[in-house]
Design a protein around this ligand. Structure first.
Ligand SMILES: C[S@@+](CC[C@H](N)C(=O)[O-])C[C@H]1O[C@@H](n2cnc3c(N)ncnc32)[C@H](O)[C@@H]1O
Length: 480
């Protein structure tokens, strides 16, 4: 009998703790809200008067450098509605905006009596503080479904798993400091660019990014500015496996490469697609700075004949690998040369015959820091040949600009390098903003016969003169 009493007492106590329905007042809930308000929004510091947060982090996690997930656990009180199971789905649907929305937290739980015909629908405490918090449509739906107009309260245990990345980092990093935790995803690798003040927490940040992003099994941080020659950068593994060989799909094409040794930028997929769409079956594409093949391989898959070159032996190796992977080895000839040597060698040899044909010729030059300077390699390239102006190549050349007038500047720099003022048949495309006040641009033009067939005697080294007056371009296009 005594044993029975204990069991009964324990049960009652548990119920009392789990559901505050009968004891918790609105005042309590409002007080809880007020205390939750002190947390901040992802990436920015907010004042207590701004949007409240569900979770108030335990102060002892501040300054943590090795992740202790248990320390983030906290029990909070949330409002709830007792809903008959027969109308449960309909009620949840009607309250879409007012129910609790948190990773791994159920919106529906057993009610306090653990009855089979009633459930508790958990509500977002920031939206619902009393029954009058529901909007007209919600109130109408609740009445129509016969839901009692009474708020219950449920004690909900939130753990590390229920928190968002920014919430964890905001709780750990020094108060008031930027916790922005953006990263680029390259296959299983999350690539970060941490700031100085985040470095002491880098391993913890890496672990959180890995935990919160399914499929990420390696987190790296850039440790140096981009390498000027091969456009890759040194990186440090912050969390996860040390496997740098990424497998990605871009515009439906598969690529594999060692991310630590070659250049790959997931933000260029739209640009790759834009250029590749201009290529037709039977065309020839010369990719002077091909990397691991994001222009070359899709173009070959469309039926173009491709000559792809990269000076980085690692890029060259992965380029060949990707040709095999995509079964286009027979359509792509690969070279491991400096860009100028490629233009003056394989490109020149091929060009002679192609100029007499009908199929289009494209030259892609994506090395934005330097590619415009490489245009001088076309000067007098065919000066010993009889001029042929039927089927001149289309050049797509990239550059970075800090100028206010990047479209004028890109044409100016291309013109200086070619030693010829590009006026007609030239278009400028904004590719992307790479940094505050730094744009990546692409200039497209038909390679002038005056450049290809000029004699070396007329050649003038590209100068650093001010840009010529704005060129007349066919179009200026923009993409993201
Ligand atoms: C910005 S990446 C572009 C790669 C690829 N085309 C893309 O769009 O992702 C430039 C590439 O040029 C290569 N490169 C750098 N200097 C070079 C040179 N002098 N000659 C040929 N390739 C070079 C780098 O190794 C790198 O792969």
């Amino acid at each position: 009998m005594t044993q029975y009493k204990h069991v009964w007492k324990r049960r009652m106590l548990r119920r009392f703790v789990r559901i505050f329905a009968s004891v918790q007042s609105q005042t309590n809930l409002k007080a809880a809200h007020r205390s939750l308000c002190s947390a901040a929004c992802p990436g920015i510091t907010v004042k207590s008067t701004m949007e409240p947060k569900l979770y108030r982090t335990p102060p002892e996690v501040r300054g943590m450098t090795s992740l202790d997930k248990e320390a983030f656990a906290q029990t909070i009180t949330v409002p709830a509605l007792q809903v008959p199971t027969v109308v449960l789905n309909k009620v949840v649907k009607s309250l879409k905006k007012s129910t609790i929305q948190r990773p791994g937290v159920p919106r529906v739980v057993q009610d306090k009596e653990e009855s089979s015909d009633l459930r508790l629908v958990l509500l977002d405490p920031h939206r619902v503080s009393s029954f009058s918090s529901f909007n007209e449509a919600e109130t109408e739906a609740l009445r129509a479904f016969g839901v009692a107009e009474e708020l219950h309260y449920y004690e909900l245990k939130l753990t590390y798993d229920n928190l968002k990345t920014e919430e964890v980092l905001e709780a750990v990093l020094p108060e008031g400091q930027d916790v922005t935790s953006g990263f680029s995803r390259v296959g299983h690798i999350a690539h970060m660019n941490l700031r100085e003040h985040q470095l002491p927490y880098r391993n913890l940040i890496g672990q959180v990014i890995m935990d919160k992003n399914p499929g990420v099994t390696c987190v790296v941080n850039k440790t140096s500015i981009i390498d000027s020659t091969f456009r890759n950068f040194k990186m440090e593994v912050l969390a996860g496996e040390e496997n740098m060989v990424a497998k990605v799909k871009e515009n439906g094409v598969s690529f594999e490469f060692d991310f630590s040794r070659v250049y790959w930028n997931p933000r260029l997929s739209t640009e790759h697609q834009r250029v590749v769409q201009l290529v037709k079956r039977g065309d020839t594409v010369f990719d002077v700075f091909a990397g691991v093949g994001p222009f070359a391989i899709p173009a070959a898959r469309l039926g173009a004949n491709v000559l792809a070159n990269d000076l980085n032996p690692e890029s060259y190796r992965w380029l060949q690998h990707n040709c095999k992977l995509n079964k286009v080895e027979s359509k792509v000839r690969t070279f491991n040369l400096d860009g100028r040597a490629f233009i003056k060698g394989p490109l020149k040899q091929e060009l002679l015959a192609l100029l007499k044909g009908k199929a289009n010729i494209h030259v892609v030059m994506n090395l934005p820091a330097l590619a415009l300077d490489f245009l001088d390699a076309f000067r007098g390239l065919l000066h010993q040949e009889p001029p042929c102006e039927e089927n001149l190549p289309t050049v797509h050349c990239y550059g970075f600009f800090k100028d206010n007038n990047p479209d004028t500047e890109v044409v100016g720099r291309a013109s200086r390098s070619l030693g010829f003022a590009l006026e007609k048949g030239c278009s400028v495309h904004f590719v992307r903003n790479v940094a505050p006040n730094k744009d990546m641009m692409c200039v497209r033009f038909t390679l002038p016969k005056e450049v290809l067939y000029c004699s070396d005697d007329n050649y003038t080294e590209p100068s650093e003169e001010p840009a010529p007056k704005r060129q007349k371009c066919e179009e200026t296009t923009h993409s993201t």
